[in-house]
Design a protein around this ligand. Structure first.
Ligand code: IPM
Ligand code: MG
Length: 369
């Protein structure tokens, strides 16, 4: 048994704990059947952390995260915490852990499983075979720029403001991640900005061009304004290989890309930082939210979280065969016709989270028999 892979699980709120429980079963399976064990800790984030500690991310949890080799997160937020002061909202916990861990590169692959091509709201031929990677800058831009706030102007008028700011080094480090991914794929990178309107992204485009010319001449670099990129994503998504963009544009475009795959419940993500002492800080999470409307009803789709776990096996632990095994189990389950409500199609079997979870374990058994 090789232990010492330190994994912190942060289930969070809403459906977070339910989808995370499925991964916990898979981890247990790996320990029993493949002699791969993880040193697993659990912690609180989001509303769950607020309820316990009065803050959406405690220093203790942050320390645990910093000490872990990888963090797996469920989802945060829900109506219960809607009225909290801004700095205490569940989402602030997520933004804080990304920032404190320095997770500047967010990888959001949008892959259409053959069995799900018809579940997309787009025509099957537009999405079937789709395999794109969106790289979203995650610790800068308008999400974190200063000054920010809401101020009283007197006379009954208030002013809300945020700042979109990027420095060359922030642009280049996320650019490198995107170029390197493109090198391992189809060697095409599309950088998305709004350089026709905003100076911050004029700089973004200039730096991407320089970086490409200096370090990645083998990658074909193109540029789109974000409005056009959104349109192209639904018009002809297969034209893309890797896309790289700012924090907020990436937030928006990745939800859009998720729907190409049939459901937001299918999209995993990896957030990576800069290597330090031989380790890359990493957090994995599904792109979907906490879905409070279906929380606790045994209806949630755990596949995005499971695929996030598979990304963890791949990127943080270099367990390629194990990641392939998880991915294959997901593919087979879908091909077999089981569907959670969010990806239900005519003629398929609608199942609960727990039935799907049993089926995944059964499939893993079968695949490794
Ligand atoms: C995401 C989410 C978060 C974001 C929210 C919950 C803060 O939408 O991960 O895409 O905007 O980054
Ligand atoms: Mg989002």
């Amino acid at each position: 048994m090789t232990a010492n892979k330190k994994l912190l699980m942060l289930p969070g709120d809403g459906i977070g704990p339910e989808v995370m429980a499925v991964v916990a079963r898979v981890i247990e399976w790996f320990g029993k059947r493949r002699q791969i064990s993880f040193d697993v800790e659990e912690g609180l984030i989001g509303g769950a952390s607020y309820d316990a500690h009065g803050t959406p991310l405690s220093d203790g949890t942050l320390e645990q995260a910093m000490a872990a080799d990888a963090v797996l997160l469920g989802a945060v937020g829900g109506p219960k915490w809607d009225d909290l002061e801004f700095s205490l909202k569940p989402e602030r916990g997520l933004l804080k852990i990304r920032k404190e861990m320095g997770l500047f590169a967010n990888l959001r692959p949008a892959v259409v499983f053959p069995a799900l091509a018809e579940a997309s709201t787009l025509k099957t031929e537009i999405v079937s075979g789709l395999d794109i990677m969106i790289v979203r800058e995650l610790t800068g831009g308008i999400y974190f720029g200063e000054p920010r706030g809401i101020e009283d102007l007197g006379n009954g008028e208030r002013r809300g403001f945020n700042t979109l700011v990027y420095t060359t080094s922030e642009i280049r480090r996320v650019g490198r991640v995107a170029f390197e991914l493109a090198q391992k794929r189809d060697r095409r990178l599309c950088s998305v900005d709004k350089a026709n309107v905003m100076e911050s992204t004029v700089l973004w485009r200039e730096e991407m061009i320089k970086l490409g010319a200096e370090e990645y001449p083998d990658v074909e670099l193109s540029h789109l304004y974000v409005d056009n990129a959104a349109m192209q994503l639904v018009r002809d998504p297969k034209q893309f290989d890797v896309m790289v963009t700012t924090n907020m544009f990436g937030d928006i475009l990745s939800d859009c890309a998720a729907m190409l795959t049939g459901s937001l419940g299918m999209l995993p993500s990896a957030s990576l930082g800069a290597e330090k002492d031989g380790r890359i800080p990493a957090l994995y999470e599904p792109v979907h939210g906490s879905a409070p409307d279906i929380a606790g009803k045994d209806m949630a789709n755990p596949l995005a979280t499971l695929s996030s776990f598979s990304m963890m096996l791949r990127y943080s632990f270099d367990l390629q065969a194990e990641a392939d095994l998880v991915d294959q189990a997901v593919t087979n389950i879908l091909a077999g016709g089981m569907r959670t409500a969010d990806i239900m199609q005519p003629g398929k079997a609608k199942v609960s989270t727990s039935v799907l979870s049993d089926a995944i374990i059964g499939e893993l058994d079968k695949l490794s028999a």
